[in-house]
Design a protein around this ligand. Structure first.
Ligand code: MN
Length: 128
């Protein structure tokens, strides 16, 4: 994508799995995105409020509060309510997607993470 300024875009990735963090960090950093990381839901909420990232990738299964609860909190604050949140989870069951959307998630990305799908999703929400 030419003519865009991805260096200015910051993405918060809330994830407790090291392999996924490494993959997403590598893929997004190679495209010029600045990836902030949180290992659990509460830290994710704290960083979201403090840093106001352009996009949030939210694992659902997390230690402490889960990604659904963290998203509800982020969407409850006026300063962060506008930030798109993409839910990420493996083994999504029937009704999960609706549950994520109801919590305030803007979209959903299944695991295992596809690099192409990840980039397409990020571009959909960031490069407007
Ligand atoms: Mn997890």
């Amino acid at each position: 994508m030419q003519g865009t300024q991805p260096m200015s875009n910051r993405i918060l990735y809330v994830e407790d799995n090291f392999q996924n963090k490494r993959l997403v960090q590598k893929v997004l950093a190679s495209r010029g995105y600045n990836v902030l990381e949180a290992d659990d839901g509460l830290t994710g909420v704290e960083i979201a409020l403090k840093e106001i990232p352009d996009l949030i990738l939210m694992d659902i299964s997390l230690p402490g509060i889960d990604g659904v609860e963290a998203t509800q909190r982020i969407k409850a604050y006026t300063g962060t309510a506008h930030i798109p949140v993409i839910a990420l989870t493996a083994n999504a069951m029937r009704g999960d997607r609706e549950r994520f959307i109801a919590a305030g998630c803007d979209d959903y990305l299944p695991k295992p993470i596809s690099t192409a799908d990840l980039l397409a999703m990020v571009q959909k929400y960031i490069q407007k």
